[in-house]
Design a protein around this ligand. Structure first.
Ligand SMILES: NC(=O)c1ccc[n+]([C@@H]2O[C@H](COP(=O)([O-])OP(=O)(O)OC[C@H]3O[C@@H](n4cnc5c(N)ncnc54)[C@H](O)[C@@H]3O)[C@@H](O)[C@H]2O)c1
Length: 239
């Protein structure tokens, strides 16, 4: 996909698959030169693949240096890298699993923002979209660490949005319910049915529906929203 106007460099973490990949495609269609930062960034498609681990500050620093060398300064960040962990209640959850999920989802968001936002603030422009989850608003009984980590992502978007409100860098979060892509496909048909049943529209969302909202939040057209949380839940979320 190519667009006629170059709209700058976008980094998509977790862009190797699922929702992140759909976001990378949508941003490329909107004219961005896109770098995909992922443990497995893939080699196909038009995006610049960079191996990166969001649990490592050093890995992210090297990845950002590679993006700037290859594509130039970054003006858009979509942070979609994340893991759900196993479906089990807190009483059965090992501390090591809790730590891993918090490290990837909450710690990863902290590290990605620390690696990329200072340059954007210095240049006076940026659009940052953090992919959280409806689980971070509602709490999912069998995803306690995931729910807590995504609540952290939502709170970080709110805090950063306020902190950077006059900098030209806008920070927003999206909170999808069950999406027919990525980690959902690792779940059993029974779990997918449960996810679907919780959604008033009676269906899962698509990665492209998430990407369409993310692309708008990543554009200059998004100009009076920051520290905000955007619903993508087919009517499930009421707040
Ligand atoms: N699928 C859904 O129903 C759903 C719903 C709400 C929110 N989300 C969120 O959307 C985002 C994308 O999820 P998805 O469904 O596309 O899943 P996915 O597994 O297809 O994508 C996640 C990507 O993150 C990458 N990743 C994992 N750990 C990493 C690390 N340490 N460093 C770098 N990259 C890492 C994976 O390699 C993968 O490509 C996640 O943050 C997820 O929590 C998904």
């Amino acid at each position: 996909m190519t667009a006629s106007t170059d709209t700058g460099v976008a980094v998509v973490t977790g862009g190797g698959s699922g929702i992140g990949r759909a976001c990378a495609d949508a941003l490329a269609a909107a004219g961005h030169r896109v770098a995909v930062l992922d443990l497995s960034p893939g080699t196909s498609g038009p995006h610049h693949p960079v191996v990166a681990d969001v649990t490592s500050t050093a890995s992210l620093a090297a990845a950002v240096a590679e993006v700037e060398r290859a594509l130039g300064p970054v003006s858009v960040v979509v942070h979609a890298a994340g893991i759900s962990g196993p479906w089990q209640g807190l009483l059965d959850l090992p501390e090591s699993t809790w730590n891993q999920i918090m490290d990837v989802n909450a710690g990863g968001t902290f590290r990605v923002c620390k690696a990329l936002l200072p340059g954007m603030v210095e240049r006076g422009y940026g659009r940052v979209v953090l992919v959280a989850s409806v689980a971070g608003k509602e709490g999912s009984a069998l995803l306690p660490a995931y729910s807590a980590s995504k609540a952290a992502v939502i709170a970080l978007a709110k805090a950063l949005g306020k902190d950077l409100a006059t900098s030209g860098v806008l920070v927003n979060a999206v909170t999808p319910a069950g999406i027919d892509a990525g980690m959902t496909h690792e779940n059993s048909p029974e779990i997918q049915d449960t996810m679907r049943a919780a959604i008033p529209m009676g269906r899962l969302g698509t990665a492209q529906e998430v990407a369409a909202l993310v692309a708008w939040l990543a554009s200059p057209a998004c100009s009076f929203s920051t520290g905000a949380v955007f619903d993508l839940s087919g009517g499930r979320s009421t707040h």
